[in-house]
Design a protein around this ligand. Sequence first.
Ligand code: PLP
Length: 398
Amino acid sequence: MLKPNKCYGNLQDSYLFYNIAQKIQAYLEAHPDAKLYRMGIGDVSLPLCDAVVKALHQGVADQGVKERFHGYMPECGAPFLREAIAAHYQKRGVPLDADEVFVSSGASDELGDILDLFDRSSTALVMEPAYPAYVDANLMAGRKIVRLAAGEENGFLPQPDDRLEGDILYICSPNNPTGAVFSKEQLQAWVDYANEKEALILFDAAYEAFIEDPDLPHSIFELEGARTCAIEICSLSKTAGFTGTRLGYTILPKGLQRGGMDLHAMWVRNRTTKTNGVSYILQKGGAAVFTEEGQRQIRQNLQIYKNNAKVFMRAANELGLWYCGGKNAPYIWLKCPGGMTGWQLFDYLLEEVQVIGTPGEGFGACGKGFFRFSTFGNPQDTEEAARRLVWLFKGKGY
Ligand code: PLP
């Protein structure tokens, strides 16, 4: 008789988005004409840029012409895209071989699949508040999770210490949900720690394109020693609006070893077994992101989200609320006013000003008392939501 994977029984039900949807539905049933200001969304709202759309069309046209038609693509990625991504890293002073770049269908897929490289007895260290997939993907595989709680006192950027346990270290910078970004010195401490303990960093760089401070690292490979302890998982979802189109990439350095085994060779073997590559058409579209014109165009969209961040930061400053994120990330992580929990603030904002955000409790216990606003909404709604926040809390004397 088939035995199912019993580890699925260890997963906690995810009530966050279900609860939010239920509360919104109940509100709309009671107030059918209400306009809601949805500032909780983690999806982009702006379309693909023109350079990408043209390249996708070109990809489709190629597939209809015998001389330019592509069948199966190389499992680890088309050379033209791997080279374009390696050249992009080189511009930032990170030399990579093109075959250290693995093209993927997005960061979520990779965050799950990459765990094939590690034994089930290895422990995952997750800094919370965290993107929920880190915990769930490891629970499904039967791994033990160690949670490292971050908080206001360390700006939601915890540092390693010798009492920590963990073989797979998740670092997300810029962070979802907090928007906090590790400095070079802070990240170097994690790289040194991982090398010393022979642990491995899974660096989630899904939001690197939002960094504007020139001194902050976009890639873990900007740090000395990262090639011997880190894998970087990146995505075009937020960088270039590919959430519904699906494309990402993973950087896995040659020579990265653990327990006498070569992780790069293992990942090549994994990909050539478990995928038949990403579609040629999508890879054509993805390569356009890394052209000069593509970079100029994606920056125009990113700037719109960044302006939304400024609007929220201005409101938080005006209200004197503690927050992190916003400047180098598409999320603002606010301390709830008046000692409210995230869920209390959620209900209050919905009821009083029809503004929707995400309660911090949804990202781990230490998110209690915090609230996430996303900057992916449309600018007019963002302005209005911020105006309503200021009106609500200034009017009520917070
Ligand atoms: N990593 C983080 C931190 C995210 O917030 C997200 C999506 O919201 C992902 C990964 C998944 O990205 P993708 O769309 O490439 O699967």
